[in-house]
Design a protein around this ligand. Structure first.
Ligand code: HEM
Length: 363
């Protein structure tokens, strides 16, 4: 077992500013694929440099996150204190499902081609070792608007505030400089949303649509996701949401991604949205936005990838039974127009039943 990253360790590129393009890859590690995944993680910084070096203006970055079930299969190293499977939420009207994911790759750049080139290299290296749970290509829409038409990301913390909101410190010294990230893929019913008067949309979001000025609306999305700690100080996360979709297939979505120092903060926001808070029974954004995935990952600091801890004892890797479904995960379908299923119930061979990435074995 190698030494832990020192406190104050350099994080992965979690603090990168909003970009114009992103690819989100969520993968599960096939039984026996662990060593290949470890190799990929160790080589990821080099692969990023290979693709990004020739286009410095492209600001290509790649953040890797590890899911709860995968941790003990990949590393002989203490578990991050807050790493657990995503907790599904069952509200009176809306639910947040938990869906499988052992590995998250969050690729960002000012050009989609750079994200694409790196994603292709990564998947080539992982062929036969992982199964794709979900892939989303996100884009900047107009002046950083989501597909509901509102500017998204305004209240993100910056600078020191962002580092304090996002990076683990002395509370978990083995993982200082790391972070947690929750991702959720939302699909919008844009016809229903666009049928609402703009003032109603504004009261649901809590901001003016054109001017982006905040309103005083406790029961709005902004009101429900503004949370404070016992000392009355605001508890923040760093979001890098991206619109995605396919007008031809009638698919319009927001890929939610929120980094935080502890998952509690994002979990409390989610509880307010799905289970309600104060006068609000739930966040009305959910009447027009359906969560179809939900996964939590730990993002180790950069030095962890450069100096990967050893693998677990051999028995842990080879003796592992076929994958159990993540608690709370349910079969989901992306919805409109025959889009690919987002997640699948586990099948007996331990895969998710959507084919292996090794093309020679893919039907
Ligand atoms: C359908 C998915 C979502 C959409 C379209 C969306 C959109 C927005 C918009 C337009 C704003 C206002 C501008 C801004 O400050 O960014 C906002 C604020 C915010 N959202 Fe979301 N959001 C979504 C999901 C979520 C989720 C799942 C969370 C957390 C679990 C979240 C947390 C926040 C926070 C913390 C703020 C800032 C609140 C403040 O003003 O302090 N959002 N969101």
């Amino acid at each position: 077992m190698t030494s832990a990253s020192p406190p104050g360790a350099e994080p992965q590129a979690v603090l990168s500013p909003l970009t114009t393009a992103a690819i989100f890859l969520v993968l599960t590690v096939d039984p026996g694929g662990e060593e290949r995944v470890r190799d990929l993680l160790a080589n990821l910084p080099g692969l990023r440099r290979s693709v990004g070096f020739g286009s410095p203006d492209g600001s290509l970055s790649c953040v890797a996150g590890i899911g709860s079930e995968a941790w003990d299969r990949l590393f002989d190293f203490p578990r991050p204190a807050g790493l657990h499977p995503f907790r599904a939420l069952e509200g009176a009207r809306h639910r947040a499902p938990a869906t499988p994911g052992d590995l998250l790759l969050h690729l960002r750049a000012t050009r989609l081609d750079l994200c694409f080139a790196l994603a292709a290299l990564v998947m080539e290296r992982l062929a036969g070792a992982v199964t794709l749970a979900d892939e989303v290509q996100g884009f900047k829409f107009l002046d950083y608007r989501d597909l509901l038409g509102f500017v998204d990301g305004t209240e993100n913390p910056v600078g020191r505030e962002a580092r304090e909101a996002v990076l683990i410190g002395d509370e978990d010294p083995d993982h200082a400089g790391g972070s947690y990230v929750i991702v959720q893929k939302y699909l919008h019913d844009l016809d229903a949303w666009n049928a609402l008067p703009v003032e109603t949309q504004e009261r649901i979001i809590g901001r003016r649509k054109t001017s982006n000025v905040e309103m005083d609306e406790e029961a709005s999305h902004v009101g429900l996701t503004t949370i404070t700690g016992p000392d009355g100080e605001e508890r923040q996360i760093l979001r890098d949401n991206m619109p995605f979709g396919s007008p031809g297939r009638g698919e319009f979505g927001t890929y939610f991604i929120g980094y935080s120092r502890t998952p509690d903060v994002t979990e409390e926001m989610l509880a307010h949205m799905f289970l309600g808070n104060g006068a609000a029974a739930y966040d009305r954004i959910l009447d027009f936005s359906t969560a179809v995935t939900g996964t939590l990952f730990y993002v180790p600091p950069a030095g962890f990838l450069d100096d990967l801890p050893g693998p677990p004892a051999a028995g842990v890797l080879t003796g592992r039974p076929a994958r159990e479904p993540v608690p709370g995960a349910a079969p989901q379908t992306l919805g409109p127009a025959g889009a690919a299923p987002a997640t699948h119930p586990a099948v007996g061979d331990g895969s998710l039943g959507i084919g292996n990435l090794n093309r020679s074995t893919t039907p």
